[in-house]
Ligand binder design. Structure first.
Ligand code: HEC
Length: 308
């Protein structure tokens, strides 16, 4: 998995680096409030049968869960920004869609847990009464949405449908989820964006490479979106790279992340993503390989634009 490899730019102001640091901790910290909120719901249910379980325990578990839900959600916003996801709502690819559900599920859980903790606090000053209380119901709803949000979080890492695949694997009617696609390559090969080039001739960037980038990359790595913090529409920005730093090593396609991601067997990392036309046609991949190996020459001042 490449997702935790983030290039740190030492010239960034300290607060930028601190903000990124906080984001990297999201996947580790988020399980704590998840556990507290589920546990609070369990305590509430257990107390109906065994009233000797202290309300205080339930209350403090809920309060700690709500507090850490706030912390984990803030971390999540930093992490998502580092991964190049746009704020608010985006359904332009299945990854973006899953991410939007995960993000807003997390926000809703956080708000519900704060409301539940507030209601429980008020409840403590009232005389004891029987029956389900609003704070208890709110905690149940929060715990249910925690489960869903966790599932979407899993899908952002392991891909859509991983849980269904795991169940299929358990009962023997399908394969376990895998990070590498199983079986032969798809039979329908995509058409090449530009005519094949010959290894003997220099690759003409404008004629052969530019149309590939414009058709397949600029929609996500251009002036409007910068997925993985990478923009590819000018020579300077392409040279700057993204999350993982440099992506182009002129003369060395083998060590160029850009080339590696065109051919990687890891379906999650493939560029363009598999639900967005990836992988490229073999001829286009070969064109980019030759272009990089010949020095990744980018004529001065050429700015790429998204094309369909
Ligand atoms: C549908 C959107 C989309 C398209 C189209 C797309 N990418 Fe990406 N790309 C992403 C996302 C999202 C990431 C971040 C992935 C991550 O960090 O897990 C990314 C990351 C990358 C990275 C790694 C950047 C870094 O430093 O982390 C490279 C290189 C890259 N893409 C190259 C390409 C190339 C080349 C194309 C066209 C052939 C392309 N991408 C098309 C969405 C896209």
């Amino acid at each position: 998995m490449q997702s935790l490899v983030l290039a740190v730019n030492p010239t960034d102001p300290f607060f930028t680096r601190l903000w990124d640091f906080i984001g990297v901790l999201h996947p580790a910290v988020v399980h704590f409030p998840v556990c507290c909120l589920v546990l609070a719901a369990v305590f509430i249910a257990v107390r109906w049968r065994f009233p000797q379980v202290s309300t205080d325990v339930t209350y403090y578990t809920l309060l700690i869960g709500a507090g850490f839900a706030v912390v984990a959600t803030v971390m999540g916003f930093s992490f998502a920004a580092q991964k190049g996801f746009v704020l608010w709502w985006d359904t332009s690819s299945s990854k973006d869609e899953t991410m939007s559900f995960h993000r807003w599920g997390g926000v809703i859980v956080t708000l519900l847990s704060l409301i539940a903790a507030g209601l429980a606090w008020r409840e403590r000053s009232l005389p004891p009464s029987h029956g389900a209380k609003p704070w208890q119901l709110t905690t149940f709803v929060a715990a249910a949405i925690v489960a869903l949000t966790g599932h979407w979080g899993g899908e952002t890492v392991y891909g859509k449908g991983y849980a269904e695949k795991a169940i299929a694997g358990l009962f023997g009617y399908g394969d376990f989820p895998s990070r590498t696609p199983i079986g032969p390559a798809p039979l329908v090969l995509p058409p090449a964006a530009t005519p094949p080039v010959s290894a003997a001739d220099p690759v003409d960037f404008i004629k052969s490479v530019q149309p590939i980038f414009e058709k397949h990359c600029i929609s996500c790595h251009g002036p409007t979106k910068k997925k993985g913090k990478l923009q590819l529409h000018t020579e300077e920005l392409a040279g700057k790279g993204g999350d993982k730093g440099d992506i182009l090593v002129p003369g060395d396609s083998k060590h160029s992340t850009l080339f590696e991601l065109l051919t990687t067997p890891e379906e999650e990392d493939l560029m363009p993503p598999s639900d967005k036309g990836g992988p490229l046609a073999a001829a286009d991949i070969e064109t980019i390989r030759l272009w990089i190996d010949q020095g990744a020459h980018w004529p001065k001042g050429i700015v790429l634009q998204e094309s369909k």
